[in-house]
Design a protein around this ligand. Sequence first.
Ligand code: ADP
Length: 483
Amino acid sequence: METPVNFDYAPAPESRAIVTIKPTYGHFIAGKFVAGRKHFPTINPATEEVLSQIALAGKAEVDSAIAAARKAYITTWSKLSGKERGKYLFRIARIMQERAREFAVLETLDNGKPIRESRDVDVPLAAAHFFYHAGWADKLEFAGLGTSTKPHGVAGQIIPWNFPLLMLSWKVAPALATGNTVVLKPAESTSLTALLFAEVCQQAELPAGVVNIVTGDGSTGALIVNHPGIDKIAFTGSTEVGKIIARAVAPTHKSVTLELGGKAANIIFDDAAIDEAIEGIVNGVFFNQGHVCCAGSRLLLQENIVDEVLEKLKVRMAKIRVGDPMDKNTDLGAINSKEQLLKIQDLSRVGESEGGARWSAPCDFPKKGFWFAPTIFTGVTQAHRIAREEIFGPVLSVLTFRTPQEAMDKANNTPFGLSAGIWSEKGSRILWASQQLRAGVIWVNTFNKFDPTSPFGGYKESGWGREGGRHGLSAYLKGVGHE
Ligand code: ADP
């Protein structure tokens, strides 16, 4: 008798030995780490282990960080040529590459995302963002934004927990390249890679005060937003907080960019390459546990391919490996926090009670930590909350359409407008559809592709302004950005 062959993946854990996590962290102000007064724990969402105690900045710390940024702006950064600023950015980018493994391991421990993604996506893209903007620093007059562009001064930057280091680089790199100094606040559940980045700034001998990092929660964010010493606010996070910020800065001199929520339609026409589209659907909504503002969380299927796509999609979803994010074979890691898990569970229950049919891939979860299986809802209509609200988790709502025009109408029937996906072999249909869709980023026969040269941002309640590319530079220059 033949012995059955076991094709299961053996565990392939990444070692955490490369990172040293301190028991307590302070703030990074004027080039130095300054002890905090109050602290809160940061945990590993895959194990619920307390990793460290993070400082909570109040008014005194925010005041001193903004004062340090102003001083650095006046005394050093605004006096340097673009070429000199560029050298610092190149240096930061190279150090990030040298310390890439350390960043990836730390990001995965603090955020819960699979090491494969932090190692292959977040960290390389973060370094690429610095390299790209380093190149612009001495060429701003050739960006088509005027020949005598001026920075705003001090930028206040507030970022979310889904791509902690990458969002930091989207904020810090263009700000420094254009000559601004910054005060950045990472999200409360994922501060560690920002604090490691502060060490990189020291290692790069960036002049003191050019980058300041204060940690804390929404109250710290609000102190930055409302501070009179800030000239520009850049925010990535929820639409709800984005609206609070827009209201707060409206009567002030502050310039603002907002990168908010989304509910992207991923549209599969019947002439699409179905097997490729299946991969695109999976990457579109299950990448990074679905904690992606541009996630393709509304699947729009042409009616005559519904059965084929759903059957193949379920087979593919059953192969998604959920579990230890430090395992190099893991596809879907931990949900970032208990709070976020409760939100996903709650909206999924709403989906069921509104009449959606739920199917979740079979998974064995680790005993501790926050987990949610890749899930799809069929029989969803446009009025269902799971078709309208951002779930920010591995949950896909499936809707159907008969004609291309119906697909466009359904895709645009949302208060958001961040991204969209089109799957078709037909060039004319692709061009037509991409002109109909009200979304800032449109992917064709792919999804969730990011590049520092490409502007990213939304329409409607998905935000104001663009990040990345030449367009992203304008947000950090006076008179050419969204004022
Ligand atoms: P999420 O719901 O994804 O956690 P949030 O918009 O609440 O997104 O958080 C994104 C970032 O905004 C975090 O760094 C958070 O601390 C910060 N934040 C939350 N509330 C406020 C506020 N009222 N003003 C400024 N920043 C805030």
